[in-house]
Ligand binder design. Structure first.
Ligand SMILES: NC(=O)c1ccc[n+]([C@@H]2O[C@H](COP(=O)([O-])OP(=O)(O)OC[C@H]3O[C@@H](n4cnc5c(N)ncnc54)[C@H](OP(=O)(O)O)[C@@H]3O)[C@@H](O)[C@H]2O)c1
Length: 255
């Protein structure tokens, strides 16, 4: 699986954003476990947090190593699970929302931890939960979270948390939640095997998923990108158009 999300690289304790870089991931420290049914949980966790954001989220964010777990504030509701985050990926919505004056100040409880996409291990479950303690899962949180995926523990919803399939790494799974799902939902109902599909912006977050999903559905894929990604994109698509040229150049790899 290839992903080109807006990514963040985390090297605790240093923090740096690397927008447009390839597959990111932050491997969290592991908490002691006592088997698959019960897990010993710490009282606090490490999490990147922000309280006021007057310029960029990158300037506002700080690592706090004594944040109460999300379940200290409220217990798990029906269908929810407490998840130890092993990998997270940043989407544009994570920092754009925080940087908006009104939404950032009013709609998110502070101090807040950004991040919606995750892969990790279930450590506690509420009633009527589809996942089990000890199970590896991936998914997405809903926007305007106080406890986002750039913290060691999150509360996953029933609809936004699913088991990780075999053969997929946490780094790969963590990129899928927001960007992979929205791309699949837009594309899959509208195409069928044999269709000729144009992916405009195939080198971006949604574009890289769109190419792979369209090809998996049996479509013949043409995509656009700038010259800087041409060598890579030509290996993933049937036809490639450079949008930086005055008159687009069409090249075929026919894979
Ligand atoms: N990411 C998500 O989860 C998500 C969710 C919902 C909606 N969306 C929407 O989907 C759209 C794409 O988002 P994204 O996250 O995929 O963005 P992105 O990662 O920034 O990718 C943008 C793409 O547009 C291409 N592009 C830039 N300038 C272009 C031009 N002048 N002509 C043609 N193509 C051009 C880029 O190509 P080069 O880099 O090769 O120049 C790149 O492939 C946005 O409107 C976004 O709001 C995204």
């Amino acid at each position: 699986m290839i992903s080109h999300q807006k990514q963040v690289y985390f090297n605790l304790p240093a923090f740096s954003l690397s927008y447009g870089a390839f597959s990111f991931t932050w491997i969290m420290s592991q908490t002691t476990t006592t088997g698959t049914e019960t897990m010993r949980l710490p009282a606090t966790m490490r999490a990147w947090q922000w309280s006021t954001c007057s310029t960029t989220l990158e300037d506002a964010i700080e690592l706090n190593d004594s944040v109460p777990l999300p379940t200290a504030k409220r217990s798990l509701a029906s269908g929810e699970s407490l998840i130890q985050v092993h990998a997270a990926a940043l989407n544009q919505v994570d920092y754009k929302l925080a940087e908006l004056p009104v939404v950032g100040r009013m709609a998110i409880s502070k101090p807040a931890t950004p991040g919606l996409d995750f892969a990790g291990k279930v450590v506690q479950v509420g009633s009527d939960c589809d996942v089990k303690v000890g199970q590896m899962v991936f998914g997405k949180l809903e926007p305007k979270q106080q406890f986002g995926t750039l913290g060691e523990y999150i509360i996953g919803s029933k609809a936004g948390t699913v088991p990780m399939p075999d053969g997929v790494s946490v780094e790969q799974a963590a990129t899928l939640g927001v960007c992979g799902l929205v791309t699949y939902q837009c594309l899959a109902p509208n195409v069928k095997a044999g269709d000729r599909v144009l992916i405009n912006g195939g080198s971006g977050g949604t574009g890289t998923f769109a190419i792979q999903i369209a090809k998996a559905l049996g479509c013949y894929v043409t995509t656009t990108c700038s010259g800087k990604y041409a060598m890579f994109m030509i290996t993933t698509t049937h036809h490639l158009i450079s949008h930086r040229r005055k008159f687009p150049t069409v090249r075929g790899s026919r894979r």
